[in-house]
Design a protein around this ligand. Structure first.
Ligand code: NAP
Length: 286
């Protein structure tokens, strides 16, 4: 079984970004700039945001943070987003989700400018993606496609199954696979006899958010398995939606958790920030 090493692919992508960051710096006189909006004091969100700042720093991307108290009103949050939308020194904005109870994530997704949407998840960004004219692509599905490309896994003409239909992962994942000419089936919690679909698939992307949901018997021999799931096990370790240890000797290739899709999500966030910076800069020159 080929181990699809997301960490290595992410390093590769980050290295390739360095040249673009340097070129941008030369032309614009400053680094691309990502700003993160963090509301409340959720510990997991704080760790994710810290990792994102660290990754930006390593790539030469400027990162800043707007830490807002969990008691902030919807109006105040929207005011902050409007100010960032019109701040010329900000290229990419990321609002760390989930938001504390009482705040409406859908308003964030309506309000953020798509040309500053580093996650590629606002309603208008998804609209552009669906129309085949993406500004940037959602980070996690984009990271999965990068892994497939890096390992030269053929997608066109193959059967792909995506398990999970969230706006963040499943739906855009199915869309990107379809754009790459796979024939795609999207499964979800109401799918009957899901195994009958996954066992027919050449490529299975699992994003159900259910720890260790699928194992050997759910995949056909020589399938490619991409595990998006991420769960703490209680003993301080991480596991995915797939029982990885069952796959050896059965599937052709699989991503581990950790070290699979996770590092790619952050690398694609950096790439999106650089792309947004380049696009805004070149549109201003015209
Ligand atoms: P989500 O919003 O909870 O969506 C889960 C989807 O899976 C839903 O569409 C749900 O179906 C479906 N589902 C749930 N149980 C199922 C089952 N037993 N069989 C088939 N489908 C089932 O989750 P998400 O935001 O997409 O995230 C999914 C997982 O990916 C989570 O573990 C999350 O932590 C992880 N994640 C990882 C990264 C990364 O960087 N590695 C990034 C994002 C997310 P219904 O629509 O019918 O409810």
């Amino acid at each position: 079984m080929l181990l699809l090493d997301g960490k290595a692919v992410a390093n590769h992508l980050r290295e390739s970004l360095k040249t673009r960051v340097e070129a941008f710096q030369r032309q614009a006189g400053r680094a691309p700039h990502l700003t993160v909006v963090l509301v409340g004091d959720d510990k997991a969100s704080q760790v994710y945001v810290r990792n994102k700042h660290f990754a930006c720093k390593k790539a030469g991307i400027e990162s800043s943070e707007h830490s807002l108290p969990g008691t902030i009103s919807q109006e105040e949050l929207e005011e902050t987003l409007r100010a960032l939308n019109s701040d010329d020194g900000v290229d990419g904005i990321l609002v760390q989700l989930p938001l504390p109870k009482g705040l409406k994530p859908e308003r964030v997704l309506e309000l953020l400018r798509s040309d500053k949407d580093a996650d590629g998840l606002t309603y208008s960004s998804l609209g552009y993606l669906w129309a085949g004219r993406p500004i940037v692509k959602p980070c996690t599905p984009s990271g999965v496609m990068r892994i497939l490309e890096h390992y030269e896994i053929p997608v066109a003409g193959r059967r792909a199954v995506v398990v999970g239909r969230s706006n963040i992962v499943g739906k855009p994942m199915a869309h990107l696979l379809s754009e790459a000419d796979a024939t795609v089936t999207l499964c979800h919690s109401k799918t009957k006899d899901m195994r009958s679909y996954t066992r027919e698939a050449d490529i299975v992307v699992v994003a159900a958010g259910k720890a260790r949901l699928l194992g050997r018997e759910d995949f056909k021999k020589d399938a490619v398995v991409i595990d998006v799931g991420m769960h703490g096990t209680g003993s301080g370790e991480l596991c995915g939606d797939v029982r990885f240890e069952e796959l050896e000797g059965h599937v052709a290739a699989a991503t581990p958790v950790p070290g699979g899709v996770g590092p790619m999500t952050i690398a694609c966030l950096l790439e999106n920030t650089v792309t947004l910076a380049e696009k805004r800069f070149s549109s201003r020159k015209r």
